[in-house]
Every structure is written in structure tokens, then in C-alpha cells.
Ligand binder design. Sequence first.
Ligand code: FAD
Length: 403
Amino acid sequence: MLQTIVVVGASLAGLRAAETLRAEGFDGRLVLVGAEQHLPYDRPPLSKQLLAGACSVDQIALRNDGYDDLSLELELGRRATALDVNGRRVELDGGQWLSFDGLVVATGAVPRALPGTPPLEGIHLLRTLDDSLAIKAELDTLVARGGRAVVVGAGFIGSEVAATARGLGASVTVLEALATPLSKALGEDLGAACAELHHDHDVDLRTGVGVSGFLGRDHVEGVLLADGSVVEAELVVVGVGVRPATDWLESSELELRDGVVCDPTCLAAPGIVAAGDVARWPNPLFDTEMRLEHWTNAAEQGMAAARTLLAEAAGVPAEPFAPVPYFWSDQYKTKIQFVGHAQQGDEVRVVDGSIEDRKFVALYGRAGRLVAALGFSRPKLVLQARRLIADRLPWEDALAAFE
Ligand code: FAD
């Protein structure tokens, strides 16, 4: 029987798990442990509205009406440091052990730093509210002085930071190691379409370049490239991807492989589930293992993992978690949305609008089936595609549906 459930990670996946546990009738002790001091907040605005000064910190809270109804024990500013699977307990910093009957692992991901980055002021990673506020303060000063911001990495978060900085009036250079940004996620042609958004807005996008170091005494003054040239910079934001936050689980018996390995129902071990950016599980809809770094997945998987925990305790079969992945990215005035699961070698067809107009929908097909769709400022059609992917629609029928 479940008397105490501990949720580690006080952000989107952990909060949705806690809310679901209560909504589904769990009335035992519920502890939410989070390394940050802040109450759970939304991360997407950190590179968009909050960075642009278009919303306040209060407006990005994940709950507006407080936490009383959840009857939580909130342990904020506390880090879990170890997990004893057989002993059913979690160690918190300071050496305190917390016993549980059920555990939700929702520790998300941490941004990767470039190896050998010197401790210069003005070089930032972006994952937390504090990161975003620090970047914003420097960006405002830079804009007032007419300085240049450099973004390393033209993935989605780097590209959003570039777009926001440009929108505020900064000169921006983006340095990308790949010949075409996002080509691994979206394919060559559609990765190139994302690159064009930067060109449209006079951002100096340099592809196929390596960063070999940073210049400056106390504060960063430039970025040294592999070819020996230097890009002047007053502010550098590094967005070269994340790794799952599993350090605290290294000594546990859980299987770790670029994330916490789970079964199709998000169960990592008896009484232990994982959700959000930290979780790796086989998605039955695509017959493939996934670890997603998307807002919608963190929310949906947090709910699914909580239900699994309750089903297991009740001795009833848990539902497999089989979503169609979805994420969005807002850059300049374009809403980029992606649904499904694309791979290199997929057939790609633009079925509505045109890349030149920066308004289109492209479908991805594999093995005779619709598997993914990308839209630029086409929200309704992308959501339609999400439903068709969930229905495992044959490729030819999908093309016909968008004629
Ligand atoms: P996280 O949000 O990473 O939360 C994990 C929490 O666990 C953190 O608060 C962390 O401090 C805490 N933690 C870690 N280790 C421990 C420990 N040992 N003990 C206690 N607590 C711990 N997705 C989209 O789909 N669209 C977007 O436009 C988009 N924009 C984004 C912009 C930015 C700047 C960022 C950073 C992310 C963006 N995302 C976006 C991704 C989305 O925000 C994440 O997928 C989502 O936050 C994942 O939620 P999570 O709860 O799994 O993990």
C-alpha cells in the first residue's frame, strides 16, 4: 500500500505527477523535492517572453492558485543525492534519508557546457529562471551600448535566444557546428528553412564552424573559432544541448542509459517511475525507445507516470504511454511546430504553403506510414497531423488528406 510518495524534481513533470496523484485519490503523504529555491515555473518563456521583457516572473508560475489543495510537503532548495532502491529511500543533501513507498523521478536535464570554458563573466548557459534573468540584465546593457551577442548552437533554444536578442535590437552572431542547423532533427531542407529565419532578420549565422575558446580577462570579449578567427562578443549564450539529470542515481540499481530506462508504462523499478526530460521509455506508437525534451511530453508523462504508480499499487495493469511527441518553438514572428518522430532517410513532402513564404506544412513518411509533420505558422494543420499520426495513417492517405 502507498503511504508516502516522494517526487524528486519540482518542475513540470514532477508537479503534474503530484497533481494527478491527488486528483486520482492518493491521500497519503506527498513530498515534492526540488533543487531550485523557486516554486515550479514554466521554462519556455525563459528564452522568449521573459527574456524579451514581455512578461514578469509571476506570470510564468506553473500554478496560479497556490499549493494548499495539493497538501504537499515542499522541500525546495533541496537536492536528492542518492537513491537506495531496495531500501526504498532517497538521500537529500545534508545526509537526511527520506523513506517512500512510491517514487517519481522527474529531475529533467542540465545544459551541456563547452569543454574547457574559462570562468569569464558574460558566458552563460540557459536552463533556469536565474540563468534567464542574468542573461536579460546583460542583454539590456548590451543593447543600450550597441554591443554584440554571440549564441553558440543554432538548435531551438539557441535560435530563440538569437531571435529575442535581435528583437531587442542587439547585433547577433550564431555559431553552429553543423553545416545545416537542426538537420539531424528535421532533415536538410527543413533545417535550412530554419536557418533562413535568421538570415531574414540580419543575424550573422555561421555554420560548419567550431568554437575553440573564449577571449577576455575577467569578462568575455570574444569567441575564438577553430580556424583561428575571432568573433567579438560582450555576451555569449551557449546552447549546445542537454544531458539528463541522473548524476544522483549513479550509485542506484536503476538502469541508466542517456536517461532513466523505463518500461512502456514509465516504470523504472517496482514502485519507481520516471517522467519528463529525464525518462527513456519504449513508445509503443513508434516501436522505438525515446527520451524527449519537450514541454508537452513532460506534462503528459508526469500524469501517465503517476497513474502507473497508482495502478501498480492497486494490482491492476498500467496503461502504456504512447504519445505523439509535440514541440513548438517561437522565433521572430514564426511559430515552428513539430509532431511525431522523424529519422534520417524519411520521405519529406511540403503539402501546404511554401518554405519561401515561411508558412508551410511538411509531412514525413516512413515504411508506408505518416510519422511526423513540421509546420511554420500553421497551427491547425499541425494538430490535424498529430491526430493522423496517432491513427497510424498510411502515407498515401496522409498525402491525400492534405491535398
Ligand atoms: P525540468 O523542467 O528540467 O525540471 C527538473 C527539475 O528538477 C529542475 O527544477 C531541477 O532543478 C530539479 N532537479 C534536478 N536534479 C535534482 C535533484 N538531484 N534533486 C532535486 N531536484 C533536482 N519545450 C517545448 O516543447 N517548447 C518550447 O518552446 C520550449 N522552450 C524551452 C526554453 C528553454 C529556455 C528551456 C530551458 C526549455 C524549453 N523547453 C521547451 C523544454 C521544456 O521546458 C522541458 O522539456 C521541460 O521543462 C521538462 O520538464 P521536466 O519537469 O522534465 O524537467
